[in-house]
Design a protein around this ligand. Sequence first.
Ligand SMILES: Cc1ncc(COP(=O)(O)O)c(C=O)c1O
Length: 367
Amino acid sequence: MTLRLHRRSFIGGIAGAMALAAAPVAALRRPAYGPAEGIIKLNANENPYGPSPKALKAIAEAATHSAYYPGPTVRRLQEMVAEYNGLKPENVVLTSGSIEALFAVGAAYSRHGRIVAPALTFGPHLTVVERMGGEVIRVPLTADLDTDLAGMERAVDNTVSMVYVCNPNNPTGVEIDAAALRAFCTRVSATATVMVDEAYNELTDDPEASSMVDLVRNGKNVIITRTFSKLHGIAGLRVGYALAPAHLAEVISRHAMTQPNLVGAAAAIATIDDEPFLEFSKQKIREGRELVADVFRRHEIPYLESRANFVYGDIGRNADDFRASMQARNVHIRGIYAPYSTWSRVSMGRMEDLEVFARVFSEVYNA
Ligand SMILES: Cc1ncc(COP(=O)(O)O)c(C=O)c1O
């Protein structure tokens, strides 16, 4: 076989090699997967206890069939997710990470009206919707950093097509009172579709009671999104889904570009009901939450009671500067989420990583 190299790609190749030669040594040491050795990564709400052994086995098996599109495997996962949630397959839209489901809903609804959302919440899908010309009304949190359901309800009129609520909320970790949220969804869904992002639902004390999935079962104008990135520990495999009454699920499907890949779908199938792993994972996340909360308490730092895999605390100084000082010591946490410039979010890691976090946090905080 003759290899014919186009002149431009040849020149590009030389330039690339020269750039590589000039690259800092640290960049060359960057690993192909996951955080670099020695880096304590507590900034993206991942679950380092995953993937489970069963998921790893499924990943290896599925990978050998990667020549094929994932249709049948995704359909099997769709059936399992439906059964797991007491719904039918037509109520489930599987996507590449739940962010794709969130965006698909945002894209669909922003064409027909404005979107109401909390001012401090998970927001990449809202930002993209705005870039595409959609309008998002952001309602500030209450004084104690809870989602202001009353304020959001007041913002809903017939120019609003969709309301986004995240429960538990990111980055605060605060779980919304289930009865209050159910009443809110029931009333508001008469005017606009309510999307509840339940990415962290499985980490709450009582996921069934905390979830609004019963409203979907009852055919309300409500959409739920969930993910395999958190409790199930396969963020890198990008598997998420939306649950909705069939006619809304169809709208979501029409606006979603991607579905999970074969390997991700296989891993999700292997993990969805792997109770021993899920219980272990949840226990570790709880222990980690307690460790971080304890660090905050020891430094007299006010923090919010979290029901997710991160803790949000008021460190009383510029959170971006603090983040940079921590990062200089190889511990990565989050900086400012405007306008809360002195609050910082710490995600869960393995317990041994969190022990390092505890030590480094004290050093930087007391420096
Ligand atoms: C509240 C919330 N929703 C959705 C996502 C997106 O998760 P994924 O696309 O990995 O399912 C995240 C990720 O951190 C999140 O915090």
